[in-house]
Each structure stands twice: as C-alpha cells, then as structure tokens.
Write a protein that binds this ligand. Structure first.
Ligand code: SF4
Length: 473
C-alpha cells in the first residue's frame, strides 16, 4: 500500500519569486533573500533556492524541501553579493524533482543568467519543440527553462530587448524575476495573471510575488509591476519597459480567495479586508438561523469573522489547527484519512456543543476534507452544521499555474450544490456568488481572471496545453 501525504482539500499555489538589487556588495544578501523567501513559503513547499552574483558568475543553492530545511547558516553566509533572486516551488507542470527546482542558472555567451518563474506557459510545448528542432537541448521539464533559453539566445547585449523578444514568443501566466551578472529583471505577463510587486529597502530594490515579503525584510512597498511590463534594475536605477499597452489585466481572483497571505496588498487592496468583506457578502446572500459562526483555519477564519459581523451572530474558535504538522504521511484508507484531518484540526468541544454552527470555508475543491470536518463537528456535539463557502463552486481547471487537478476531480464540476451538501453531510450549504466575490475585492470585474469559476479564460487554451499540463502531473 502506498503512503499518502496528509493534505488540504485546497488549490495549490505554483510558486513564489523574489529578487533583490543592491548597489554595492552585501555580506547579508543571502540572509535577506532567505527571510524574504520565508515570507513567501505559503506559495510553494516542494523546493527552495537562492542565486546570487557579485558581477562575476552566479552562485546558487537549491534543494527539495521547505526554506528552513534547504538552508542553514553556513549556506546562507556563503550567499553574499550584489544581486539575488529566490524561488519557492509547488509543481503544476514538470515533476517535483531537484533538477526542476529553481532558480534555473545557465551559462551563455554573455555570462550567466538565473531565472525564477511563477505561472504556467500555455504554449510551452510548442515553443520547446520549435527550439529543439533548432538544436536546443533541455535539461529540465519546467517551462522556466524555455524562458531562460529564449533570453540566452538573443544576440542583443541589452537585456530589455532580449526580455521583450522572449515575451513576444511565450503565452500564458508569468511573474518572473531573473538576473544577469549586472542586472535584476522583473517581468509580468500581458494579463498580469500572477502578482508581482516592487519595493525599496535602504535604497535597494526588491521585487516579490507578494508585499508580505517586503514587510518581513523591512522594505517599503512602491507599486505593482504592471501587466505587460518589464522592469530592469542596474547601477542606473530602475527602468520600465512596456511590451503590451492594452492595459487589460486578468489578475487571478483566487489570490484574494486563498493564495495570497492576508497581510499582503494586491492591486492596492488588502487581502485581509477583501476576505472579511467576502464573509459579509456571504452573510447577506446566504443567511441562516444559527447560534455561532466558526471558520475553518486558517483561510476561512477571516471570512467567518465577516459573516459573524454582518449576520449579528457570535464568532467563535471552534476548530484549532495543528501548526506543527509539516509534511505528514499516512496510509490511504477511509479511517486514516479521518486521522489525517484530526492531525490537522481539532474541535473545541465546549465551544460548539449543542450549537447550530455556521462553518465558513474559503473553497471546496474535491470535497474530501469538508465532509470529514462536518462529521468531526457533529461527533463533537454540534446540533447542526451549516457550511458557507466564501467563493463560488470551482467548476473548471486552471491553466495558469494553479493545480486544480483534472476537471473530473472537482466536486463543483460533477455535482449540484445540494448533492455536494449531501456528500459532505451538512445541514445546508451555500457558496458566495461570483458577483459577491468580485464586489468584496473592490476591484472591477474586468480586471480579473475567474476562469475556474465561470469557464471563461483570459487566453484561449490550446488543446496540446491541456494535455501537456495534466499528463505531467
Ligand atoms: S483559472 Fe482560477 S486559479 Fe487559474 S488563474 Fe484564473 S482565477 Fe486563478
């Protein structure tokens, strides 16, 4: 029997990226990058890596595991220099092996190049085949190597021109940080599907997937990298180049639902406040007679507070999360899956006993965990459990770097809401409407990708891309 990992029934984020440019040599550069990556750990837990340069070659360290497992003091102290990029990875395309860990570091005729990428290229297979026919040899199975290859083969000495040429060939979602031996580059796809922000730290520039990384290292948030923008930081400061001026963004709305840390700001909006508002909207759309509102920690807690506030019901802590579980492996049987949930969550019986409980969660993906939590609550004495979800049913796959699995595994694609209610054993079940979710962010509908909810994607998805993505999982 195979051993399976205790896992959330959540969508999995693809990656987090970070870049730092200092105007002079910094002995503490590796440590700053390490702390920054630590703040982005929620975006990927499979591998981590940091690459640095002082202007003469690129040094790097990467390995499988969490940031705290991959680096130790000795490694961090060895990563000094002027420029650093870092990456944390969860694999959505390309297998989870060390060879696919990032940053990818390549040597080419103009020196060395390191690339760290968050997202998924929908035409990676096509571009790769074209490059292979021209003699390219790829070492990894990640899309990021295609990006590195496209940049490295450009004749121009000017990295902005090479990046623009690369952007003309690739399609899909990408928030990229890369560095040559002299420059730090940030690049966001024309639709801005994945987030990327710019900060400043004592005159140095920092680029990161989320602003929470700036807070951790003491940097000040400046602005988001715009969709279709390339920023280049070198000894002359920061320069911006636009390779797409249509200004039609399609930011992943799931960043507000679950992916981003609540203390981050995206598109100028607080993720925490948006989740709170989603809970209030949910209470307005789907009220219920109950005694208590609880959240499924951690991601459902903020929306539960919003639900409680808008409904006038008391908010309570009914579920406690075990914060030290790390990666725990169990035997895959029904009984052990319940143990898996119990390892992660425990019920505070005195809070929920004899109560009609509203349980707020941010999303239901396969429906595997929600039913077990409802059962735990009922076994612990809850009189009724009303499940409220602060996002709409996930009915479609994601092709932009988020692991939604195949569509057939999504319970929202297979079953009607009442069937899901029966499946999870809840007394009632309601989801937030897409309109309600968008309203909660304070950002206009046109600025979002909501493809996994509504099936309308910001880019046409080629059939080969669908097959390529799922066969590699
Ligand atoms: S399909 Fe869903 S998860 Fe993927 S980018 Fe769009 S909103 Fe985000």
């Amino acid at each position: 029997m195979q051993i399976g990992e205790v896992n959330d029934d959540k969508l999995k984020e693809a990656c987090g990226v970070l870049g730092i440019y200092n105007s002079c040599e910094d002995a503490g550069l590796g440590r700053t990058a390490y702390y920054g990556l630590y703040a982005l750990q929620h975006r990927g837990q499979e591998s981590a890596g940091i690459a640095v340069t002082s202007g003469n070659g690129i040094k790097y360290h990467k390995d499988m595991g969490l940031v705290s497992e991959v680096f130790n003091d000795e490694i961090i102290d060895g990563l000094c220099g002027k420029i650093a990029i870092g990456h944390v990875r969860y694999s959505t395309s390309g297998s989870s092996t060390l060879i696919n860990a990032q940053p990818l570091v390549v040597k080419y005729k103009k020196g060395s190049l390191a690339v760290a990428h968050n997202g998924n290229l929908i035409n990676a297979a096509e571009v790769k085949q074209e490059l292979e026919e021209q003699g390219a040899v790829f070492q990894t199975t990640v899309d990021s190597e295609v990006i590195a290859f496209l940049i490295a083969r450009e004749q121009s000495e000017d990295i902005s021109k090479a990046a623009i040429e690369c952007a003309k060939k690739i399609k899909g979602s990408y928030a990229i940080v890369m560095m040559t031996e002299n420059e730090l580059v940030g690049m966001r796809d024309p639709k801005g599907i994945r987030p990327l922000s710019i900060g400043k730290l004592n005159g140095s520039y920092v680029i990161a997937s989320e602003s929470c990384a700036f807070d951790t290292i003491g940097a000040e948030f400046i602005r988001d990298v715009e969709p279709g923008e390339i920023v280049i930081v070198n000894e002359d400061g920061l320069k911006s180049f636009k390779f797409n001026d249509d200004n039609i963004s399609s930011l992943c709305i799931f960043e507000f639902v679950y992916f981003a840390r609540p203390d981050s700001r995206i598109e100028g909006k607080s993720v925490h406040m948006a989740r709170m508002e989603a809970g209030r909207q949910l209470a307005k759309e789907s009220p219920v007679e109950a005694d208590l509102v609880i959240g499924v920690p951690d991601s459902g807690t903020v929306s539960a507070m919003g639900y409680a506030e808008a409904s006038g019901l008391p908010f309570g802590i009914g579920l406690i999360k075990n914060r030290y579980i790390g990666r725990t492996f169990i035997q895959p049987s029904q009984e052990s899956r319940i143990i898996g949930v119990k390892l992660k969550l425990n019920v505070v019986k005195d809070v929920i006993k004899d109560k009609r409980v509203v349980m707020v969660d941010d999303s239901i993906v396969r429906g595997t965990t929600s039913g077990q939590i409802v059962r735990l609550l009922k076994e612990s004495g809850a009189k009724q459990v009303h499940v409220r979800v602060s996002s709409p049913p996930i009915m479609h796959s994601c092709y932009f770097g988020i692991d939604t699995s195949a569509r057939k595994e999504l319970i929202g694609a297979r079953q009607k809401v009442d069937e899901i209610r029966q499946h999870i054993g809840a007394d009632s079940l309601n989801y937030l409407s897409l309109e309600g979710l968008i309203k909660s962010t304070g950002i206009s509908e046109q600025k979002f990708c909501s493809g996994c909810f509504c099936g309308k994607y910001p880019l046409e998805i080629p059939m080969e891309s669908k097959e390529h993505l799922f066969e590699k999982r």
